[in-house]
Design a protein around this ligand. Sequence first.
Ligand SMILES: C[C@H](O)[C@H](O)[C@H]1CNC2=NC(N)=NC(=O)C2=N1
Length: 112
Amino acid sequence: MTLKQEHCEACRADAPAASQAEIGAWRDEIPDWKLIEEEGVQKLERQFSFPDFVAAMAFTGKVAALAEAEGHHPALLTEWGKVTVTWWSHKLRGLHRNDFICAARTDALAND
Ligand SMILES: C[C@H](O)[C@H](O)[C@H]1CNC2=NC(N)=NC(=O)C2=N1
């Protein structure tokens, strides 16, 4: 299955973090996302552009609904014409396949 067809598994502290090889492979499916590291934690980040603040807020609401449905939540920065979405697994202090699934699902929301 492709990432955007999958659903997140429950976040568990002892779940396996994605290996660097997995990160390298899975990134190919979400080419518009940057791999960043903050305070030693690897994250996936992408900035989406919109015509104005209302459209940015509407997209923010869609991502929030996705997060609630999947039980997996991003950091969201909503500005006039822009939304920055950052995914990582808090419990793992790193990346899990869940984060790649949610990034792919976020892309699909932007294309709706
Ligand atoms: C209790 C609740 O389900 C957990 O705290 C979930 C909530 N959403 C989450 N989101 C993310 N990104 N990482 C987590 O570890 C996480 N844990």
